[in-house]
Design a protein around this ligand. Structure first.
Ligand SMILES: [Zn+2]
Length: 283
């Protein structure tokens, strides 16, 4: 009897330690998890095939947080998020239910002449290399958080294309819109959404003039089709400074800013990511 009571007490204590900000999540959105507990270590979670470490929330005492990015292509169903940590030399497990639901993203049909898809070996090689280089950046996790103020939009103009729109080329679902497009005529100043270290600053085939900022702890913001880049790889950039000028470089139909986010290597809705990250200081 006594044993049962102790076990249920431990269970109750743990029940209040782990918080998840939502029990359902749209594909390509992010979930925020919090654990408020003293003297624990090695806090991590497992979701589907992902293993993600928690970090100390620098804005709150004895609190750890994790950002769980959900892939656009994640199957829509019920999942269990398993969190573990070490407390008094013992490994403790806690679980939470999480249902992935359809983001109901719009569809857009694009009819391109077949000849445009003719493979060009030099281009294939270039885009493959650029992709591999970018993924290497996105999959590396800097230990420290590099910002301490809220994330902002890189400019305040009309959104001309939402994140997530399905792209149907010649009747086939080929891809989805991986960022949010802001109206920006060539030469419009683009601001760093938050502080961090520049990890990509170069002209790329699809993205054109690109800047990618590492904000630490697995979070990256990306700014594409720029006509000018003011920072180079390794530079520290402060929130709100002009990282470059908008343009129409890369594979585009007209000038605009394509703004996107990667969290732990996964492409997520940037505006949803910003609102979640800005909760870190508030909860
Ligand atoms: Zn775009």
């Amino acid at each position: 009897m006594k044993k049962i009571l102790i076990i249920s007490l431990i269970f109750l204590c743990n029940l209040f330690a782990l918080e998840i900000n939502q029990s359902t999540v749209k594909n390509a959105n992010t979930v925020l998890l919090d654990i408020k507990k003293k003297n624990i270590s090695d806090v991590k979670l497992t979701f589907h095939k992902q293993n993600i470490n928690f970090f100390k929330n620098p804005f709150k005492e004895n609190t750890y947080y994790a950002l769980l990015p959900i892939s656009y292509y994640q199957q829509k169903k019920d999942y269990r998020v398993i969190v573990s940590y070490i407390e008094n030399g013992k490994k403790i497990f806690e679980g939470k239910n999480l249902k992935v639901i359809d983001g109901n993203y719009k569809s857009e049909v694009i009819n391109v002449p077949k000849t445009k898809f003719k493979p060009n070996p030099a281009r294939v090689k270039r885009t493959k290399e650029e992709y591999a280089q970018a993924m290497k950046v996105y999959n590396s996790v800097s230990k420290d958080i590099l910002w301490n103020e809220d994330f902002i939009y890189p400019l305040n103009t009309k959104i001309t294309s939402d994140f997530g729109t399905k792209r149907v080329y010649n009747g086939e679902l080929k891809s989805y819109h991986s960022g949010t497009d802001f109206r920006a005529k060539i030469g419009t100043p683009i601001l760093a959404s938050n502080s961090g270290i520049v990890k990509i600053s170069q002209d790329r085939f699809y993205a054109g003039g690109s800047i990618v900022i590492d904000h630490g702890q697995g979070v990256y913001s990306c700014y594409y089709h720029l006509s000018k880049m003011n920072y180079k790889v390794g530079d520290f950039i402060k929130k709100g400074t002009i990282l470059g000028l908008s343009g129409d470089t890369g594979r585009v139909t007209g000038p605009h800013l394509h703004f996107s986010f990667r969290i732990h290597g996964i492409q997520v809705d940037p505006l949803n990511a910003i609102s979640l990250l800005n909760q870190l200081k508030r909860q």
